[in-house]
Design a protein around this ligand. Structure first.
Ligand code: NAP
Length: 539
């Protein structure tokens, strides 16, 4: 074990959250070391380099607002940035702010244990390095722990097995190969059209059809970025005031759009269908009742089904591409040429609902009724979201209990998504119970980092060494968050999303992201701080 010194703060992760944490902590005079298992900065945008990986939030919004120079200097090229551009941006930020000297890469944190007497964390890593720190900030990301699917025989496949979430850095050429993609979530939907263009044949193994719509991405027009830069502050203010920390999703602007008042169940069918002509892909969700009533939701899904049918030549394939679960339960996906891909002669959709997956052999994927020869396997099977990366580290609080034990027993509880009772001086950025993945992550990350650094300032100025969420405050927050999502489609029995942890066998079913919106959440965090960190015990 190599003793690597004592810092005020250890930050785990060097993605958006880790980079900003290092910067702001340094600005406030704290000593800090960031550790990341990757050999480059970027977090999510380091790992998820599969073909077609792209953000569905506009580049001008999916970027840091805290530094005017960076905002001014960086030149986005597309409406929605692709992975290489975001990774390059984060490297630019790291260089521009000289962050690398306080970041240790290729270092996986294996355990954190809290010393009760000294009120400090001991941080151990896979390389045998040990650090001590008063505070730890887990900037470990919401979707960073890939889920290894328990598919029989997956390890026996003799060709390359590529995870979208750990795609080879040098890329992969699918030309002339028979490819099998398992999964049809966001990562698969983005990569499938590109793989299809290269592969000799592509088999897409679909368990649940995706709710997707065209992203309508495009290069930024000459002068467009300059126009935003001329009054960036106005955009930033509007973002912060918006429910999800953004004023547009994909190419669709929310500004000036009033929430729908018309109820689908009170609208004659021919008028519902007429909405398709008027609103296109926005029509299925443009009703006041679809997110709150399963029957209304089903009517919205009928409209979506009609849009899918219009894209697909083979009626059987079209029916298989229509989701069987409520709209809005899982993440809305934005795609580029996804549905058109299923009209190609070299693409087969394998509907695992009618023909379940049996297993994988050394050269094929087997379903109950068929066997598909493949040369390459692509697993786009998702993540143990929000808690996975934290559970992977053994985090032991002062009483000897691990965070994993607490979450296994109580579900992913947290006070404000910022801290868990019993784990003092440990902050989680965009943790369960915060708006996180339902928002523009960059806006949520900035809010969390700034709140945490303010809190550390307060502790230092007041001579406090320890902060811990109070169990009662945590329980009240968990109840409040659960109350908001209760009765909505998101939480219905028909919904099995990763938001609910439903994709991980044995995970407690709790809707992890906070649905109350970023402005209300920010107000609550600010009020907690103003009231001397109400709900936290300071010592
Ligand atoms: P995901 O949404 O969890 O999708 C995983 C897919 O794999 C699902 O279709 C799932 O089917 C399937 N699957 C898992 N295990 C399987 C098995 N054993 N057999 C057959 N199918 C299996 O994961 P993801 O696509 O990586 O996306 C995760 C999240 O990352 C997204 O929701 C989004 O928040 C984020 N993301 C964002 C972007 C973007 O900004 N554009 C891009 C990529 C990812 P079931 O649905 O039936 O479980």
């Amino acid at each position: 074990m190599n003793q690597k010194g004592t810092y005020d703060v250890i930050v785990i992760g060097a993605g958006f959250a880790g980079l900003y944490s290092v910067h702001l902590l340094r600005e406030h005079g704290f000593t800090v070391r960031a550790l990341d298992r990757a050999d480059g900065v970027g977090g999510t945008w380091y790992w998820n380099r599969y073909p077609g990986a792209r953000c569905d939030v506009q580049s001008i919004e999916y970027s840091f607002s805290f530094n005017k120079e960076i905002q001014e200097e960086w030149e986005w090229t597309e409406l929605m940035p692709a992975q290489p551009e975001i990774e390059a941006y984060l490297n630019f930020v790291a260089d521009r702010l000289d962050l690398r000297r306080d970041i240790q890469l290729s270092t996986t944190v294996t355990s954190l244990s809290f010393d009760d007497a000294g009120s400090e964390w001991t941080v151990d890593t896979d390389g045998g390095d040990q650090f001590k720190a008063r505070w730890v900030i887990a900037a470990t990301g919401c979707l960073s722990e890939p889920l290894d699917p328990a598919i029989p025989g997956v390890d026996s496949f003799s060709g390359p097995t590529l995870y979208t979430s750990r795609f080879p850095r040098e890329g992969f050429d699918f030309t002339g190969l028979k490819v099998g993609v398992i999964g049809t979530g966001s990562s698969a939907v983005q990569s499938i059209p590109i793989i299809a263009e290269q592969a000799e044949h592509l088999n897409v193994f679909q368990r649940s059809a995706a709710y997707s719509r065209p992203a309508d991405n495009r290069p930024l027009r000459p002068g467009e970025l300059e126009e935003v830069k001329a009054d960036y502050e106005s955009l930033r203010l509007r973002q912060r005031a918006a429910y999800a920390g953004l004023v547009s999703f994909g190419a669709v602007s929310f500004e000036g759009v009033t929430p729908p008042t018309r109820r689908i169940l009170e609208t004659p069918v021919e008028e519902r269908l007429a909405a398709l002509e008027e609103l296109g892909w926005s029509a299925p969700g443009a009703w006041a009742d679809v997110m709150f009533d399963l029957e209304a939701n089903q009517a919205g899904t009928e409209l979506y089904a009609e849009l899918v049918r219009r894209q697909i030549r083979d009626p059987e394939v079209a029916e298989a591409l229509i989701p069987h679960y409520p709209m809005g339960c899982k993440r809305q996906i934005l795609d580029t040429g996804y549905f058109e891909t299923f009209n190609r002669d070299n693409v087969t959709l394998v509907d695992l609902r009618s023909d379940p997956l049996v297993g994988i052999t050394s050269g094929s994927v087997r379903t109950q009724n068929r066997e598909f020869d493949i040369d390459v396997l692509v697993l786009a099977t998702g993540f143990d979201a929000m808690t996975g990366a934290l559970n992977k580290m053994e985090i032991t609080g002062p009483g000897g209990r691990t965070l994993k034990d607490v979450w296994e027993e109580q579900g992913p509880v947290s006070y404000l998504g910022l801290a868990v009772a019993g784990f003092p001086n440990l902050f989680t950025i965009t943790g369960p119970g915060s708006p996180s993945v339902l928002t523009n992550m960059v806006v949520s990350i900035e809010q969390h980092v700034e709140w945490i650094v303010d809190c550390l300032d307060h502790m230092r100025d007041s001579g406090y060494q320890r902060i811990d969420a109070e169990p009662g405050a945590q329980e009240a927050w968990v109840d409040h968050a659960a109350g908001l999502v209760a009765g909505t489609v998101r939480n219905s029995d028909a919904c099995n999303s990763w938001y609910l942890g439903a994709n991980v066998p044995g995970k407690r079913r709790i809707h992890m992201p906070y649905v109350g919106g970023l402005p209300a959440y920010r107000k609550k965090c600010d009020q907690v701080a103003a009231d001397s960190y109400e709900g936290f015990a300071l010592a």
